[in-house]
Design a protein around this ligand. Structure first.
Ligand SMILES: Nc1ncnc2c1ncn2[C@@H]1O[C@H](COP(=O)(O)OP(=O)(O)OP(=O)(O)O)[C@@H](O)[C@H]1O
Ligand SMILES: [Mg+2]
Length: 381
């Protein structure tokens, strides 16, 4: 199973008259790991469910293997769904089935494999997530972390090309979060599948993905190489990454104020932007992630379009094998946040990928090294 590109364009989703998000466009690069951030209730889970065709968007397209999931036939959608492995937010295990039967379920449902073939696959996936010996346990008898890992094993049995994780780290202590994050990176190296992870965990966002996006005010505020968001001084982004309660992200637009407050508190009270941490590497013996080389080429192509702080952070991350300096061409990107809506005003979302006419405040043709003043706060110390 090798990774496949997922191209989302102009996607909008409402429930009745309640718009959840509009005009979401992003491409999940094949085999890379992407993270989706956003305050509670901004529709991250709805986005994952839309990607796998469980929810129908009103507008837009989701193209995988040249097929638009939004418009294809039911039978084609059924086929395409098999490309996905999903770890749902609550694990979604059947409470009355032991772990073995839970994990075997998709194989019994979707394949004509014999019970002995199924046993081999289930044993392998249970070993992979560290659950060997727990086959007979019921979901109600195990810890939250074990339930997540069982959900992950079940998501893997059909050898998916795309794996969606809805908060794989929620409710876990830091040690178990570190364990599951390492497991995700190792899995990516082993499978080269395309990963999308929804998380609130700042450490996960900082250390696991190649790319990060953020849903905010019913739009995808940005999506791009991890360094763009992690060096952004855009107030809402910096607030979110620092978990501060002071900032443009208000409780009113969130589903559950108490929960959001807890998340903010858990995230800590840091000053300025957190330092960029190195990306997690696969465990010894697991092998290289195949996406690393592809990602390097891809990022080099777009480097000149990124804000200076992101460019510098990307160059720093490739310090051992420095990126060549390419003469910049084309428009500069700005990681834009949507403006506040005001009543009666036409609302134009900023194009994240192509901001013609945007004044970046620096001359991208002159120097690729940012001036000290344009460097993010954490670098100026
Ligand atoms: N099937 C549905 N019918 C109607 N409204 C729904 C449905 N599913 C979700 N919603 C609404 O969509 C909004 C976004 O929900 P969603 O669960 O995607 O948020 P989220 O970003 O995943 O939040 P959290 O971080 O708390 O998990 C919420 O207001 C929710 O009530
Ligand atoms: Mg959710």
């Amino acid at each position: 199973m090798a990774g496949v590109e997922v191209k989302v364009e102009g996607l909008s989703k409402s429930f009745g008259r309640a718009n959840i998000w509009s005009d979401v466009s992003l491409t999940l690069p094949p085999g890379e790991v992407s993270v989706l951030l956003g305050p509670s209730g901004t529709g991250k889970s709805v986005f994952l469910k839309t990607l796998i065709g469980l929810l129908k968007p009103e507008r837009g397209s989701i193209v995988i293997h040249d097929t638009d999931l939004v418009r294809c036939s039911e039978s084609r959608l059924y086929e395409l769904r098999k490309l996905f492995g999903v770890l749902f937010q609550d694990g979604a295990l059947f409470g009355s089935m032991n772990l073995y039967d839970n994990i075997a379920f998709p194989l019994r449902e979707h394949t004509s494999k014999s019970e002995s073939e199924i046993r081999d696959i289930v044993d392998e996936k249970m070993a992979l997530v560290g659950l060997t010996g727990d086959e007979m346990k019921l979901p109600g008898e195990i810890s939250g972390g074990m339930r997540k890992r069982a959900g992950l094993a079940r998501a893997l049995v059909l050898e998916p090309e795309i794996i969606l994780f809805d908060e794989p780290d929620s409710g876990l202590d830091p040690v178990r979060t570190a364990y599951i994050n390492q497991l995700i990176v190792d899995l990516n190296a082993q499978t080269d599948a395309t990963f999308l992870i929804v998380t609130h965990d700042i450490n996960t966002a900082q250390t696991v993905p190649d790319n990060i996006g953020m849903l905010y005010r019913k739009r995808l505020a940005m999506f791009g190489p991890r360094e763009v968001l992690l060096t952004s001084e855009e107030p809402a982004v910096a607030q979110f990454l620092n978990g501060r309660t002071q900032g443009p992200i208000g409780m009113a637009e969130e589903k559950d104020a108490a929960q959001a407050a807890r998340e903010m508190e858990e995230a800590g009270q840091l000053e300025g932007l957190p330092a960029l941490k190195p990306q997690l590497q696969p465990s010894p013996g697991v092998g290289e992630r195949m996406a690393v080389g592809r990602r390097r080429d891809r990022v080099l192509q777009m480097l000149h379009t990124l804000p200076p702080a992101a460019q510098q952070a990307i160059r720093d991350s490739y310090a051992e094998d420095p990126l060549p300096y390419e003469p910049p061409t084309g428009p500069i990107q700005k990681p834009g946040l949507p403006p506040k809506r005001s009543a009666g005003m036409a609302y134009a979302a900023p194009e994240v990928t192509d901001l013609q006419g945007y004044d970046p405040g620096y001359d991208a043709t002159q120097s690729l090294r940012p001036s000290p003043a344009s460097r993010p706060r954490w670098r100026r110390r």
